[in-house]
Write a protein that binds this ligand. Sequence first.
Ligand code: SF4
Length: 229
Amino acid sequence: MALNSAIQEFIHQQIELYGDELVFSPQSSTKDNPQDDGVKPSWESCEELISFQEKINHCVRCALGKSRTNFVFGSGNPHAEVMLIGDAPDTMEDEQGFPFVGPAGQLLDKILQAIHLDRTRVYLCNVVKCHPSQNRSPLLSELETCRPFLNKQIALVNPNVILCMGEQAANSVLHSNDPIQRLRGRLHQSGQYKIIVTYHPAFLLQHPQYKRDTWFDVQLLAKQLKTNG
Ligand code: SF4
């Protein structure tokens, strides 16, 4: 009986994530992008972050699903004007299940205060939702596999400005492959979104000499917010 319940729950989760045709297709094990099959997974029609999170938080679509302790979805104001996207969750984020925690989170709070923002006025998430073991960088294939979730999250928050904090975040959002030094310090436009790139606060803790550049970047963000009124 317990086994039956576990199987039923597993099938239910797979249908939520991938759509029923993919789950029951004989070729399903070789395909991990539901959009390739024209099958629309149920999370795509979510209209709220909370229901979206509930539908995807058991995801094991890439290998990172097996190395996480907690799914790190996101936090903050679901209708924020500013969305902050960080690199893959680190160990503390994995333990707590929230983005930008610990000393890096405290530094982020100070950065936000400097431009008169706080966590109630921004939305925070990471470029992938699961922690890579031994703090390795996510593979390109893992970033791409998780990308539809990030796209959906951005669409639901619908911010005016996205601040990418870290090179993984910047390259994934901008579909580039450049060092962060080439991407930061200016305004990018991707579709309807203005995008600014800066260093991740965890990087700044180790390399405080880049705080001056970060200050310049967040001033650019503040200027955009003023421009938007
Ligand atoms: S990183 Fe993204 S795609 Fe990979 S298992 Fe986690 S939620 Fe799924």
